[in-house]
Design a protein around this ligand. Structure first.
Ligand SMILES: Nc1nc2c(c(=O)[nH]1)N[C@H]1C(S)=C(S)[C@@H](COP(=O)(O)O)O[C@H]1N2
Ligand SMILES: [Mo]
Length: 359
């Protein structure tokens, strides 16, 4: 295995403490399953160092007999499950939103997203073994080993999503143990939801009658209207970001590319949260006319992205390429960044536009 600093050198690093980085877009588009070393890293505190041999996961809370599980217990007591799912940060494409007005947070391009085969055990199997009552109006709160502003990282999801087939406690990514920066030895994977709800470096799971009161759940990752500012925001009023919206991005050619006239392959990804992408339109003239891209998806991977590709014949001059996806509800993306601007720069999902120059 390469070292963390070797992997860091391959990525566009937004910050080292906490460590945040994303891959260049052409590399992201190179394989449907993102190699672990190319997968974006989003962390809020320092990376914890965990010894897998002594690691334990505790499960407790409302109506739940407490469990205390080692990695070996998890593997021995529960059937293994693999889910192909895309993980994405709610801040993906935030950099684009700055064009409208300032936003807070790291300036992610369109690379705060990746897809992997996640292998572990179903969270639902563990919760059922602990005696949880399905159907109850309960929340499953997670606590992690990393510390964010003096408190352990903590978030929660509704019990129904925790019991869903796709939700995992994962210990492997693309067939290899999780890398330290992706949550070794075990993390939650909550397909379709923003990455923030998939805690890394797990240590405790609690079933309770209210969402986590941890600031990561109660205050952060909330969507606000455009007239709300950092000064006026009341976290209790913001929408808690869970299911991710329809989005698409052009990965090749990169922004500002100088191309030869003629046939130009345009490639990217599209994703529809927990729905399916049914169509991807690509424009070579800033959205005045559209053509349909060819889609690549795997039937068995409903929570994973769709890759798309089209060859455009671009005449000499400056061109604005644009992409917009359509989902299985017949909805598409907003045209303008202004349509969804919010001061936190979350859910940036308008048409992705890339200017290129053709000689
Ligand atoms: N414990 C812990 N889990 C975490 C985070 C974190 O900082 N600490 N960041 C979250 C966020 S915001 C995202 S987008 C994903 C990113 O996962 P990755 O770094 O493996 O790509 O992890 C989530 N889980
Ligand atoms: Mo995130």
């Amino acid at each position: 295995m390469s070292s963390l600093s070797e992997r860091m050198a391959r990525l566009i690093v937004h910050g080292e403490h906490p460590y945040n980085a994303e891959p260049p877009l052409p590399r992201l588009r190179a394989s449907y399953r993102t190699p672990a070393g190319d997968f974006y890293v989003r962390s809020h505190g320092d990376l914890p160092e965990i010894d897998a041999a002594t690691w334990r996961l505790s499960v407790d809370g409302e109506g739940v007999g407490p469990l205390d599980l080692s990695l070996a217990d998890l593997r021995a007591r529960f059937p293994e499950a693999t889910v192909t799912a895309t993980m994405q940060c709610a801040g993906n494409r935030r950099a684009d939103m700055r064009a409208v007005a300032p936003v807070s947070g790291d300036t992610w391009d369109a690379g705060a997203i990746g897809t992997a085969d996640w292998t572990g055990v179903r969270l639902g199997d563990v919760l059922r073994a602990a005696g949880v009552t399905p159907g109850a109006d309960l929340h499953v709160a997670f606590e992690s080993h990393d510390v964010v502003e003096g408190r352990p990282y903590g978030v929660s999801i509704a019990l129904a999503k925790a019991l869903a087939d796709e939700t995992l406690l994962a210990f492997a990514m693309n067939g290899a143990p999780l890398l330290p920066e992706h949550g070794f030895p075990a993390r939650a994977v909550v397909p379709g939801f923003a990455g923030v709800r998939s805690p890394k470096w797990l240590r405790r799971i609690t079933v309770q009658d209210h969402p986590s009161t941890n600031p990561m759940q109660a205050d952060d990752y909330k969507l606000f209207p455009p007239d709300v500012t950092a000064e006026t925001a009341d976290p209790a009023e913001g929408h808690t970001i869970e299911t991710m919206p329809l989005n698409a991005a052009i990965c090749e050619p990169p922004r500002g590319a100088r191309l030869e006239a003629g046939e130009t392959p345009v490639r990217g990804y599209a994703i529809a949260g927990d729905r399916a992408v049914v169509r991807v339109d690509v424009s070579g003239d800033g959205g005045r006319s559209w053509r349909q891209a060819t889609l690549e998806h795997e039937a068995g991977a409903p929570f994973a992205w769709t890759f798309w590709e089209i060859v455009l014949d671009l005449p000499p001059g400056e061109h604005e390429l644009a992409v917009r996806a359509w989902d299985s509800a017949g909805q598409t993306q907003p045209a303008l960044l202004d349509d969804t601007w919010n001061f936190k720069g979350y859910l940036s999902a308008s048409w992705h536009r890339v200017r290129v120059e053709v000689a």
